[in-house]
Design a protein around this ligand. Structure first.
Ligand code: UD1
Ligand code: UDP
Length: 354
């Protein structure tokens, strides 16, 4: 069968690495990069490190407002669907690239498979929540990472085509954590395991509100030993808000890092402070306490199991949580055991009657 996969943003490259490898054992895959992320350290670096095949097509859409970016992707992907006539379109996660891929396929009457179906924050102000809901409602195969995701879909009336597969990010993590830990990544940064905190910040709700961004950055500065690989969106917004110099003095801001370096940084940190979806899960799987700089999370299991606390953007609350948070029990394999890609391959084979 011919599968057209759409990716475009950093976490999608990581998610597609194990799945692509599994699917290519028995299907033809056409890999489409929308160009949503384009800086070397947000895109090419991941293709190199994770040995992801070179995209067959790069739409080069780049940045823009939601409507312009998603609309340009929609038109570009539609052209490719008409040209390639795939049997299935595969999309990942909750970005604008995800929605554009799913919508283009559904309108062309090509079945859609959604990896990471059923996640909900129940906050429709998040662009990702809109993308998740709409993508799920036009998908034929809903590849859900957790029981919670399956239940979320059921509560919206979606039960057909739903499969509990586990989380593909666990596959990627388990495949790379050992090499990452054994690497010289920490030494190269002059860091010692257990002597720093790691932070990431990039959500629109945090970066696009100068007051929230300032409060978060000041809290991280108060903690004193924070390393923050800085997403280009965050760097831009810090500069626009006149906060960059202050933040750069009090926090160790470094450019975005590759996946192996990131896993090494996560593994060696005493605490992770983040608003990333993927990083919350990685903290849980690696057993590092996580403080989430949001009011909601899709990954509720990390909170229920006591490894993650939601603190939002209040300066004092963040500092208090970072000093006082001691997880009460070890994480479980609620996100799967690293076999999600194989399960997705099995589900797709079954879907095609194999
Ligand atoms: C996107 C996703 C978000 C995901 C994140 C992963 C949407 C709506 N959001 O957010 O769900 O968590 O990717 O990292 O799809 N920029 C660069 N270089 C790049 C990419 C972006 O400079 O290679 C800058 C541009 O100024 C751009 C801004 O970052 O306007 C935001 O990029 P965009 O892709 O729109 O959203 P993200 O914040 O990256
Ligand atoms: N990541 C990375 N380098 C960084 C920051 C994040 O490799 O500088 C990885 C991280 O380990 C995780 C994924 O990118 O696997 C998460 O992506 P991001 O935080 O951009 O998006 P989200 O998961 O919130 O959609």
């Amino acid at each position: 069968m011919k599968i057209l996969t759409v990716v475009g943003a950093r976490p999608q490259f990581i998610k597609c690495a194990p799945v692509s490898r599994a699917l290519r054992k028995e299907h033809e895959e056409i890999l489409v990069h929308t160009g949503q992320h384009y800086d070397r350290e947000m895109s090419d670096l991941f293709f190199q490190e994770l040995d992801i095949p070179k995209p067959d097509h790069n739409l080069g859409i780049g940045s823009g407002t939601h409507g312009r970016q998603t609309g340009a992707m929609l038109a570009g992907i539609e052209d490719l669907i008409l040209k390639e006539t795939p049997d299935l379109v595969l999309v990942y996660g909750d970005t604008n690239s995800t929605l554009a891929g799913a919508l283009a396929a559904a309108k062309a009457h090509v079945p859609v498979a959604h990896v990471e179906a059923g996640l909900r924050s129940f906050d429709r102000k998040m662009p990702e929540e809109v993308n998740r809901v709409l993508t799920d409602h036009c998908s034929d195969l809903l590849l859900a990472p957790t029981e919670t995701a399956v239940a979320n879909l059921a509560s919206e009336g979606i039960t057909t085509g739903v499969h509990l597969t586990g989380d593909v990010m666990v596959d990627a993590l388990l495949q790379h954590a050992e090499v990452a830990r054994a690497s010289s990544a920490l030494a190269n940064l002059g860091l010692e395991r257990g002597h720093y905190r790691l932070a990431t910040v990039h959500r629109a709700e945090n970066t696009d509100d100068p007051a929230r961004l300032a409060a978060i950055m000041r809290a991280l500065g108060d903690l004193g030993n924070v390393v923050l690989p800085c997403h280009p969106r965050t760097e831009k917004m810090l500069k626009n808000a006149g906060l960059y110099e202050e933040a750069n003095k009090r926090i160790r801001l470094i450019p975005p890092v590759g996946y192996l370096e990131m896993l090494a940084l996560e593994s060696g940190a005493t605490t992770i402070l983040t608003d990333s979806g993927g990083v919350q899960k990685e903290a849980y799987v690696l057993g590092v306490p996580c403080i989430t700089l949001r009011e909601t999370t899709e990954w509720v299991e990390t909170v229920q199991d006591g490894w993650n606390v939601l603190v939002g953007s209040d300066r004092e609350a963040i500092v208090r949580a970072a000093h006082g948070f001691v997880p009460d029990k070890k994480g479980s394999d609620v996100f799967g055991k690293g076999e999600a890609a194989a399960e997705i391959r099995r589900v797709i084979r079954e879907y095609f009657g194999g």
